[in-house]
Design a protein around this ligand. Structure first.
Ligand code: HEM
Length: 427
């Protein structure tokens, strides 16, 4: 972990005794109280705290739901209804868990967008970034399997469509794709066996995510936090202790985000879901329009934009795996897009493309929708594979401040916009 002088001084005799044997309190103090935090980080740096909170919410509410959920094809749908109607506060646990998944993804997308804008993936934070991509993949797998559990029409058909994608391997090695799909299903179709194994993995993966988050935060505390200037902390005046400054800011952001969360949970809990999932799974009736949850829509649009099934699957998985290579695709010597007048515009074009792909993923794959999905899919890949490497070497970055402190306090060392200090008060 990053080294800085610890101010931890145990006062009680038990504290001193423990500190000499297992200095957990000293470690926590060094990493979460004293830890030097750049003095200029903005509210986008509160998303890591939000994500930690939502991981906790999902695990706690998930464990309670698991006490009443029945993971069999015959009972799953009814057990979710039983939780909502009969179990004390079951409606609350279910709403918190279902809406919490959406809030978790909303926060993670803002977190990733922040990293992309301020170049947080660049050295020395490559491993921190890659662990983040692993967490994203784990989150997606967990959410996908979780969505199958209520065993509604959308649950069943989303599992059928997505697991079937692996059958595209048949076009390279005949028979292999079908074998993979049957192995995933545990039979010759999506069934109760599939539901049970998805339930088992859905319970396991959040704990794997928690372990990966531990590594993520460890890597963060080795490299130190990035900030809007993209400069490193050089002197003590560039940083403030994490507690109370960053922690208070995290607390305020959490309170605001929880208001949004509560609005969904208490007023429109089903708004982000699909009405077809309140119809029990029926293998004999395919819904006219199968769509995944909103947070998967951009990838779904990429999948359907490509006419060949195997290539569509490859493009969809590559759109996420590509993120691993960004630290090396970005050739700019300046981290933060704040000082990159050309790249900044491409960044916003990229965000527009992802939002547009999300919209197109919710539409039927026909006519102009397909054409636009193709255009934005091409931009998605061009952005990382062509624009990032080229703009990085061709653009002239704006002059950087000499230090983080200068970006906040100005060259005078006084807060920007503050004139001469007021005369001392006369008595
Ligand atoms: C369960 C999900 C996640 C949790 C709990 C989590 C937690 C955190 C925390 C607590 C921080 C420090 C505070 C902050 O900078 O906001 C952080 C920083 C960071 N995270 Fe995550 N994270 C998660 C997912 C991701 C993902 C999916 C990525 C990227 C693909 C990512 C990339 C980063 C980077 C690059 C930083 C350093 C940011 C900087 O210093 O500028 N994280 N994360």
């Amino acid at each position: 972990m990053a080294t800085h002088e610890s101010t931890y001084r145990p006062t009680s005799s038990i504290g001193k005794w423990m500190d000499a044997r297992l200095p957990v309190a000293r470690m926590m103090h060094a990493q979460f109280v004293d830890f030097p935090t750049p003095r200029n980080i903005n509210y986008l740096w509160t998303t890591g705290g939000l994500l930690s909170f939502f991981l906790g919410v999902q695990i706690v509410t998930g464990i309670v739901l698991a006490m009443h959920f029945a993971p069999t094809a015959a009972d799953a749908f009814n057990s979710v209804e039983h939780i909502r109607r009969d179990v004390n506060y079951g409606w609350l646990m279910r709403n918190l868990h279902a809406v919490g998944a959406s809030m978790f993804f909303l926060a993670v997308y803002i977190h990733i967008g922040r990293g992309l804008y301020y170049g947080s993936y660049k050295a020395p934070r490559e491993v921190l970034w890659i662990i983040g991509v692993v967490i994203l993949l784990l989150m997606m797998a967990t959410a996908f399997m979780g969505y199958s559990l209520p065993w509604g029409q959308m649950s069943f058909w989303a599992v059928t469509v997505i697991t079937n994608l692996f059958s595209s391997v048949d076009s390279i090695i005949p028979g292999l794709g079908t074998r993979i799909v049957q192995w995933l299903w545990g039979g010759y179709s999506v069934s109760g066996t599939t539901l049970t194994r998805f339930y088992s993995l859905h319970y396991l993966l959040p704990f794997v995510i928690a372990g990966a988050v531990g590594l993520h935060i460890w890597a963060l505390h080795v490299a130190g936090q990035n900030n809007p200037t993209g400069l490193e902390i050089k002197t003590a005046s560039d940083s403030v202790p994490m507690t109370p400054y960053a922690v208070m800011k995290d607390g305020f952001a959490l309170a605001v985000f929880v208001l949004l969360f509560a609005w969904f949970v208490f007023y429109v809990p089903d708004y982000l879901g699909h009405p077809d999932n309140y119809v029990e799974a029926n293998p004999l009736s395919t819904p006219p329009h199968i769509v995944p949850e909103w947070y998967f829509l951009p990838y779904y649009a990429i999948l359907r934009a490509i006419p060949n099934k195997l290539l569509g699957v490859i493009a969809m998985f590559s759109s996420i795996l590509l993120l691993v290579f960004i630290p090396w695709l970005d050739t700019s010597r300046v981290r933060s897009a704040k000082y990159r007048p050309v790249y900044k515009w491409f960044f916003w074009l990229f965000i527009i493309s992802v939002v547009a792909l999300g919209y197109l993923g919710s539409k039927p794959p026909e006519g102009a929708y397909v054409l636009w999905a193709r255009i934005f899919t091409v931009y998605y890949f061009l952005h990382f594979l062509v624009i990032m490497p080229i703009v990085g070497v061709t653009e002239n970055p704006l002059p950087l401040p000499r230090s983080i402190a200068e970006s906040v306090l100005g060259k005078s060392g006084q807060p920007v916009g503050v004139g001469a200090p007021a005369a001392p008060e006369r008595r």
